[in-house]
Write a protein that binds this ligand. Structure first.
Ligand code: NOJ
Length: 559
């Protein structure tokens, strides 16, 4: 595999609205991020991905962009961003922006012009169809946030437009070369500014199966999941190849795709040598509790399910390309609350989960707050849907109510699955508003902040935070970095439940042993341990033949 500058990097995702508020308006901002650059340096972060900070009505928290060339005043100014890019460079930290080009905002000037003249050039930037009241819609796809993906075109009773996400996010028509040209121009404008690259939003959605047609309904609403259409949409490669050629490749920029529903045959094209993207996220574990979301069953993801999902995905891309590894992001509940049994949740088990995903092949991404062990909200924290914010919440709640759940239970379903879990403000300290802001934050602070906060974590040598620091230092240790970055990946002990173990083989041979359960266990060693490189346990007991692991012990050993 050709070596690229991003292969050995550690990335961190910032959700700007909830990271750090510098001006006391309850909303995080760019100056807040600048004030924490030393924090990233201390941690060992090389790449900072910022969720969108462009001008936006924030209907979907910035994933609805009304001006790709401007910063939303709530987040600061372009000068602030220039300062962040420049100061980041001085510290060796590259800024990665979010590229949201499946859709824009209905307040973008393109859409306004399309509404003024749907038959004019800007009308062709979108999917606009004729439609008379009472007639069937062009297709029955369900928007990701619930309801039909068609909405009346403002000012036109006889026209509708497509939005696969929120109705304030009209889909851009990638079939139109003029639109594509505008997008590439914008991408290059940002790359010229000196950013390191892009995280690419909802990219699989840019190719629609046309002409529009219905798929079998999969809920009582008579609509069909977008997945059904995506399975049949072919030809996305023409757009992605063109985008890579016209933009990223010219700059040797880093690009990481939010890619779902990809077909196996497309993997080499997506992330192989000269692929469309440098990398794509490993979302294999996010599907594990998918069904329970709408079946309303309590479902705890087992250690073996977690292991088998990540191992299979890493094997699937072996020899092809490079994944970006996560345990959570701004769209998912907190990883520690999801992938660790509630009864086993502790600093110790959080560190085990951290070690497992961090030393896999690929680029580790840390989502803000993960490094201090931030958790989901609890049912007792919220007594009404009004306390939450996300535009996806209504669909989760209403679907539960329509399925016959009592209000309290529907609220509990929402609290468990809401994206707001990951969006509560960063817990800096035990001060008011968790030190995030001097004002009331835009979204509630998780009430556990008195206990879980960075200040407390820093003081405790055994904290999750200090463990992340050690993990990063180990991945970057010149002796071992090559093995972690390019070493072969071999799953181990997969016939035993609750063990998550794998080998990395490069110049060195390193084995990651994890006992992902509360019960202790002795395991037979394949080869004798030379050195313990890292562990969440103070004392590791082993001899030539056996290793003793207490509950949730993680041991990284050179053999
Ligand atoms: C994926 C983003 O991560 C999510 O937050 C957003 O709602 C959708 N794409 C639409 O842009």
């Amino acid at each position: 595999m050709e070596r690229k500058w991003w292969h050995n990097k550690i990335a961190y995702q910032i959700y700007p609205k909830s990271f750090m508020d510098s001006n006391g308006d309850g909303i995080g901002d760019i100056k807040g991020i600048i004030s924490k650059l030393d924090y990233f340096k201390e941690l060992g972060i090389d790449i900072l991905w910022l969720s969108p900070i462009y001008k936006s009505p924030l209907a979907d928290q910035g994933y609805d962009i009304s001006d790709y060339y401007d910063i939303d005043p709530r987040f600061g100014t372009m000068e602030d961003l220039d300062e962040l890019i420049a100061k980041g460079k001085e510290l060796g930290i590259g800024i990665v922006m979010d590229l949201v080009v499946n859709h824009c905002s209905d307040e973008h000037e393109w859409f306004k012009k399309a509404c003024e003249d749907p038959d004019g050039p800007y009308g062709k930037f979108f999917y606009i169809e004729d439609h008379k009241e009472g007639q069937p819609l062009p297709c029955n796809w369900r928007s990701y946030f619930g309801g039909s993906c068609w909405e009346k075109l403002p000012g036109h009773d006889d026209k509708i437009y497509l939005h696969v996400f929120h109705k304030k996010q009209p889909d851009l028509n990638w079939e139109n070369p003029l639109l594509r040209r505008e997008i590439y121009k914008m991408i290059n404008w940002w790359l010229d500014k000196g950013i390191a690259g892009f995280r690419i939003d909802a990219i699989i959605n840019i190719k629609k199966k046309l002409p529009f047609s219905d798929y079998p309904a999969d809920r009582d609403d008579g609509l069909s999941s977008m997945d059904n259409m995506l399975k049949e949409a072919v030809g996305i490669g023409e757009f992605l190849g063109e985008m890579a050629r016209e933009t990223f490749r010219k700059y040797d920029a880093f690009s990481v795709g939010e890619v779902f529903n990809e077909k196996d045959s497309e993997l080499p094209l997506f992330i192989g040598e000269n692929g469309y993207f440098s990398s794509m996220f490993d979302f294999s574990t996010t599907h594990l509790d998918e069904e329970s979301k709408t079946r309303y069953e309590e479902k705890e993801i087992t250690a073996s399910e977690y292991r088998d999902a990540i191992f299979a995905n890493h094997k699937r891309i072996e020899g092809i390309g490079y994944l970006s590894n996560i345990i959570e992001n701004h769209d998912e509940p907190r990883g520690v609350s999801r992938y660790i049994k509630t009864s086993d949740l502790s600093e110790h088990s959080k560190k085990a989960l951290a070690g497992i995903y961090f030393l896999l092949p690929g680029i580790p991404f840390i989502y803000q707050g993960q490094e201090i062990g931030m958790e989901n909200l609890k049912s007792s924290d919220i007594d009404s849907t009004d306390k939450l914010d996300d535009c996806a919440n209504a669909d989760i709640y209403n679907t539960a109510i329509n399925a016959g759940l009592p209000e309290k239970d529907a609220l509990n379903v929402l609290i468990k699955h809401s994206r707001d879990n990951a969006r509560t403000p960063f817990q800096w300290s035990s001060e008011a508003h968790a030190g995030f802001s001097t004002a009331n934050p835009w979204l509630l602070v998780n009430p556990n902040y008195k206990k879980i906060n960075l200040e407390a974590q820093k003081k405790d040598d055994d904290s999750v935070f200090n463990f992340y620091k050690e993990l990063i230092a180990l991945r970057k240790d010149p002796e071992y970095t090559d093995t972690f970055v390019y070493g072969k990946f071999t799953p181990m002990y997969t016939d035993m439940d609750n063990l998550i173990c794998y080998k990395r083989t490069g110049d060195k041979t390193i084995i990651i042993y994890t006992n992902y359960q509360a019960k202790e266990i002795d395991i037979k060693l394949e080869s004798p341990i030379k050195t313990i490189l890292l562990s969440n346990s103070k004392e590791v007991r082993f001899n030539e033949k056996e290793l003793h692991l207490n509950g949730y012990d993680l041991v990284v050993a050179e053999v």
